[in-house]
Design a protein around this ligand. Sequence first.
Ligand code: 4NP
Length: 145
Amino acid sequence: MVCLGNICRSPLAEGVLRQKIEEYNIKNIEVDSCGTSNYHIGQAPDQRTQDNALQNGTNLSQLRARQFEVSDFDRFDKIYVMDSSNKSNVLELARNEADKNKVDLFLNIRYPNQNLQVPDPYFGGEQGFQNVYKLVDETCEALIS
Ligand code: 4NP
C-alpha cells in the first residue's frame, strides 16, 4: 500500500487490511505500507488519521512511516498506489515490465478499470478522513473477497 507521506492513506489501508486478514483467518499474506516521499520517515500515522481510524475500530498506533524502495518490487506481488501521482513516482523506479505490472491503483480492486483515486485528506477537514476510511474499508473488503 503506497501513498505520498505514509502517514494518512497507506497506513490506514495497511491497518484495515491487517485487521481483516486476522478476522477472516487468512494465512500466507504479507502486508506493508510506505510512502514515495521521505517527508515523514519514522513517524506514526497523522493524529487525525489515527483518531478517525480508532473511532472506526482500527488502531494504527504501532505503524511507522518508511519510504518506498526498489527492493519492494522483489518483496511484493502487488503494489497498490492511492493516486496517480503515487503511481508515476513508483513507476519511475520500476526496472522492467514485471515490476510495472505489479503496480495498480488501489481503488481498481473495488471499481475495476475506473482508475479512481483515494483523495489525500492531509490538507482537508474531518469529513475527508471519514470519507477515506469508508473507501479504504470497502476496498480492503473487496480485496479479501
Ligand atoms: P498521505 O498524506 O500521502 O496519505 O500520507 C500526506 C501526508 C503528508 C503530506 C502530504 C500528503 N505532506 O505534504 O507532508
